[in-house]
Design a protein around this ligand. Structure first.
Ligand code: AMP
Ligand code: GLY
Length: 427
């Protein structure tokens, strides 16, 4: 088979890497890809939101299956575009992707189907939102309705912060039309975990659970980022909790969407908060998480091509999905300045020193310039350590991350660390 992967980050490198192990695969293309992806796939310089360009490419190269990494093309309707041209593609339709594309839709949907989530109000007029926050208790969370590159949710600790956030989103329109509506919700306290699931619109199969580390600094301090690391599985979700997540969240989500003519095929991501009042949904994503995928896919023993094909054809075989009884930890190497303005064009050294028996290196912001590998993004590389237990996985990730160097490289030193200590003798 010829497969096209849409995207250019660490998530897409992990997807390409896993696909490349399948006997079914003859050739992988990526659009636009990165330097690491370029080692296993042919990269085509097509933007992720150029739906027509991507479909033309797939059709001219005789691509048998396209796999979409990021949310933007999904919410723009790439699946509908491809399917209308008879091209096979893995991911939810535009109607189903609205679960990530509109937080107001997601909140109303959860309320309608009794899926546990923070209590909330939706606003379309800024003066009504301002009135509400002036009389509210704190903290609370103010969220732009639409896609805002992970920056659209702001935890506000007082009235001034909340008013300023409402103004920024609804009046100054810093996220454009994503801020036409606003969701204001109850602040939830607890541990945040990720569960991704494969679904064909009827059957739902959860992957191993994982935990992202969103803040820039150790100890979960500083501003949010796209994700500074992840580990899998997390013992915060035992089999009893996973059953509850399945029964109360995943299954009713997929059934609810299907009953509304929004049949969901693809990867359903739920961001969860484990609170003292039970598990609650913080957000839905209509795709694989980044960097969770770099930690989760190395544990998948089954053939990913088969899973993708079966889902696109509407039949997911639950028994075929098998996971290794190991742990992983992914440490993201970022470039100086990130998550603000960061440096690019720095030469990356030391990748040849990494031990492939201990880890995998997934590229995110990298580029080839002449014969050198240079930085080309805020998050540059993800080193996924693999071990029989979490402590070993973490050691393997850091031992190898230390061998890689570029000017002003930095990374969190505590990925998976709290979990490894919590479980004591776990590995
Ligand atoms: P979202 O874009 O909705 O996923 O929110 C981004 C991040 O904001 C989440 O990963 C949480 O860390 C935080 N967050 C969102 N909603 C809440 C909430 N209701 N209570 C506490 N933190 C939240
Ligand atoms: N790791 C969070 C996300 O993929 O949105």
């Amino acid at each position: 088979m010829k497969i096209l992967v849409v995207g250019k980050g660490g998530r897409e490198h992990a997807i390409c890497w896993k696909l490349s192990q399948s006997k079914e695969v003859e050739k992988i293309y990526a659009a636009p890809g990165n330097a690491g992806i370029g080692m296993i796939a042919e990269c085509a310089d097509i933007a992720i939101d150029d739906l027509k360009g991507l479909a033309d490419f797939a059709s001219s190269r005789g691509i048998d299956l396209t796999v979409v990494g990021p949310e933007l093309p999904l919410t723009l309707g790439i699946v509908d575009e491809f399917e209308s041209r008879g091209l096979k593609i893995f991911g939810p339709s535009q109607k189903a992707s609205v679960i990530e594309g509109s937080k107001a839709f997601a909140k109303d949907f959860m309320q309608k189907y009794h899926i546990p989530t923070a209590s909330f109000k939706i606003f379309t007029e800024h003066f009504e939102a301002l009135d509400f926050v002036k009389g509210a208790g704190y903290p609370l969370v103010v969220k732009a309705d639409g896609l805002a590159a992970g920056k659209g949710a702001v935890v506000c600790h007082n009235r001034d912060e909340a008013c300023a956030t409402v103004e920024k989103i609804m009046v100054q329109k810093v996220f454009g039309s994503a801020g036409l509506k606003l969701v204001i919700e109850e602040f939830l306290q607890g541990e945040e975990v990720t569960v991704m699931a494969f679904t064909d619109g009827k059957n739902v199969v959860p992957m191993v659970s994982s935990q992202d580390h969103k803040r820039i600094y150790d100890g979960d301090k500083g501003p949010n980022t796209g994700g500074m690391g992840a580990y899998a599985p997390t013992t915060l979700i035992d089999s009893k909790t996973m059953k509850l997540v399945y029964d109360e969240i995943l299954e009713p989500t997929v059934q609810g969407l299907a009953s509304e003519g929004r049949t969901y095929k693809g990867v359903l991501y739920v961001g969860l908060m484990l609170t003292t009042r039970g598990v609650k949904v913080l957000e839905y994503n209509c795709r694989f998480g980044d960097p969770e995928t770099q930690a989760v896919l190395p544990l998948l023993e089954s053939d990913l091509v088969e899973i993708f094909v079966n889902i696109t054809e509407g039949y997911l075989n639950i028994d075929e999905i098998k996971w290794a009884e190991k742990s992983t930890a992914t440490v993201v190497l970022a470039s100086g300045g990130y998550p603000g303005n960061y440096h690019t064009g720095k030469v990356i050294k030391g990748l040849d020193q990494v031990n492939p028996a201990e880890c995998l290196v997934f590229h995110a912001g990298t580029k080839k310039l002449d014969k050198e590998l240079i930085t080309n993004g805020g998050r540059v590389l993800g080193v996924t350590g693999i071990g029989s237990g979490l402590k070993e996985a973490i050691k393997n990730a850091y031992r190898n991350a230390e061998k890689i160097n570029f000017e002003n490289v930095f990374y969190r030193k505590d990925i998976g660390w709290r979990a490894a200590n919590r479980v004591g003798n776990f590995g």
